[in-house]
Design a protein around this ligand. Structure first.
Ligand code: URA
Length: 190
């Protein structure tokens, strides 16, 4: 396991898969490094690739608004990262080979942060981190325990923008997250 400085340096110069060729920036992750809550998306989009930060486009603005509803923010008490750190072309889903090449960076981030709660944003992260046959429409908002970490998935912000009828379900999932934080976290709401 690498420390933050070594891990970030290695990740920023990564050439482990072909996504390195077209990237403007590696999107390493952002937020509080002693957070008890980690949020994990699938991979950078266009804005994220240009700015080097996760969730900065319209979906990112929605994510920040959703988090604000339950008193969470990337400045204060969560860490946000992705399964793959470089943008897949045309925002396609990251290939399994790309995920395999990249996943150790995320595992190292999780090992350094040691979160109590991991929230997967969307199907791709949930299939990778919770279980391969995860069904987001049926299983969003449900809690899974893995190695002492409470895990759940919510709809991806981009999916909520595409289909606003997912908002009420997402609000319930956020309330469930808030309740889980009160149950298992010690300093998130200090
Ligand atoms: N979608 C993701 O899954 N991650 C980002 O960082 C941005 C959009």
């Amino acid at each position: 396991m690498l420390d933050w400085t070594e891990l970030e340096a290695q990740c920023l110069s990564c050439q482990r898969c072909a996504l390195a060729d077209a990237r403007h920036h590696v999107v390493f992750g952002v937020g509080v490094r002693d957070a008890e809550v980690m949020l994990i998306g699938e991979g950078p989009g266009e804005n994220e690739d240009l700015q080097g930060q996760p969730f900065v486009g319209r979906g990112g603005q929605l994510l920040d608004e959703m988090l604000e509803l339950i008193d969470l923010s990337r400045e204060k008490n969560v860490y946000i990262a992705n399964i793959v750190k470089c943008r897949p072309p045309h925002n396609r889903d990251p290939l399994n080979t790309e995920q395999d090449a990249c996943i150790d960076y995320l595992r190292n981030q999780v090992a350094l942060i040691r979160p109590r709660i991991i929230v997967c944003l969307g199907r791709i992260a949930a299939m990778r981190l919770i279980k391969p046959d995860f069904k987001i429409t049926r299983e969003h908002g449900l809690w899974f325990e893995k190695s002492g970490v409470s895990m759940m998935a919510m709809f991806h912000p981009a999916a909520i923008l595409r289909d606003p009828s997912r908002r009420p379900d997402t609000f319930m999932d956020l309330k469930s997250l808030q309740a889980k934080i009160r149950e298992v976290c010690t300093h998130t709401y200090q």
